[in-house]
Design a protein around this ligand. Structure first.
Ligand SMILES: Nc1ncnc2c1ncn2[C@@H]1O[C@H](COP(=O)(O)OP(=O)(O)OP(=O)(O)O)[C@@H](O)[C@H]1O
Length: 261
């Protein structure tokens, strides 16, 4: 496929009288790792939910893998969605299923594999996220925050997606767990040749992962470029977000040349 993996044009979203997005355009090319940042309530999660197909925009278009996301009939929409994996903010594991069954869920839903093949695939995904076969028997309530994220990532990877969408992947993790989860995402992204889009508030995550950063402000993608390009864009949100003392430390740790504002 040529062209962007995600192509959004003239997207508008209105809830009641309130406009969230207004004329938003965004292209994400294959192999990119794009962090979406923006102020609280700017519409990042809403945009992610639209790309997943959970919400319809008020107007405008979203194409994924060169095909319109909406309006192609249930079977085609489902086939399209099988090509992307989603990691929700709190993992969204099924609390009544153990780890094995959570990861097996999308595979069983597909009705393409017998239980032997499903077992092999679940074990493979567990090892990809650096968990052990015995972890498969645990229930979600028995997992640490970091393990929940890893299981949710294994489930997101179950159908071997080409596109991975992550909502606040490191939220709620302590710095060590956050660092190791970021390393895992980066390694898997490279090994599997994934295109990744993530929503994050965390500068460490953004600085360590992104090939590009998209800034959602004033109802649209106000700036889009490499971390270095974005850092040097003059806009109040960008100055506050990137050039606070804490942010500068995170960016310097990730090897970016930056001086405090
Ligand atoms: N289904 C909905 N109905 C009405 N309003 C909604 C709905 N979903 C989101 N909103 C509103 O849209 C705005 C954008 O919400 P969204 O969760 O996308 O923001 P965000 O940028 O992800 O914020 P945060 O960084 O705080 O998580 C908010 O004001 C929210 O209250």
């Amino acid at each position: 496929m040529n062209g962007p993996v995600i192509r959004i044009r003239e997207l508008c979203t209105r809830f009641g009288d309130v406009w969230i997005h207004r004329g938003l355009d965004l292209d994400i090319q294959r192999g990119e790792l794009v962090s979406l940042v923006g102020g609280s309530g700017s519409g990042k999660t809403t945009l992610l939910r639209m790309i997943i197909g959970l919400l319809m925009p008020t107007s405008g278009s979203i194409e994924v893998f060169g095909e319109p996301l909406f309006g192609g009939g249930v079977a085609r929409e489902r086939a399209l969605r099988q090509r992307f994996g989603v990691l929700f903010q709190h993992g969204a594991l099924f609390s009544a299923f153990n780890v094995f069954d959570n990861i097996a869920f999308p595979l069983r839903e597909l009705k393409r594999y017998d239980e032997g093949a499903i077992r092999d695939l679940v074990m493979l995904k567990l090892s990809m996220v650096e968990l052990l076969p015995r972890h498969g028997k645990l229930m979600p309530a028995e997992l640490s925050g970091g393990m929940i994220k890893r299981v949710a990532l294994a489930r997101a990877l179950a159908l071997e997606p080409e596109l991975l969408l992550l909502d606040e992947p490191t939220a709620g993790l302590d710095p060590d767990r956050s660092d190791s989860f970021v390393r895992l995402i980066r390694m898997l992204g490279e090994e599997l040749g994934l295109t990744v889009m993530l929503v994050t508030h965390d500068l460490d995550t953004l600085a360590a992962l992104s090939t590009r950063v998209a800034v959602l402000a004033e109802h649209k993608i106000l700036a889009y470029g490499t971390t270095d390009e974005i850092m040097h864009t003059d806009h109040p949100f960008i100055r506050n977000f990137f050039l606070s003392e804490r942010s500068v430390r995170a960016l310097q740790n990730a090897g970016h040349a930056v001086t405090p504002y």
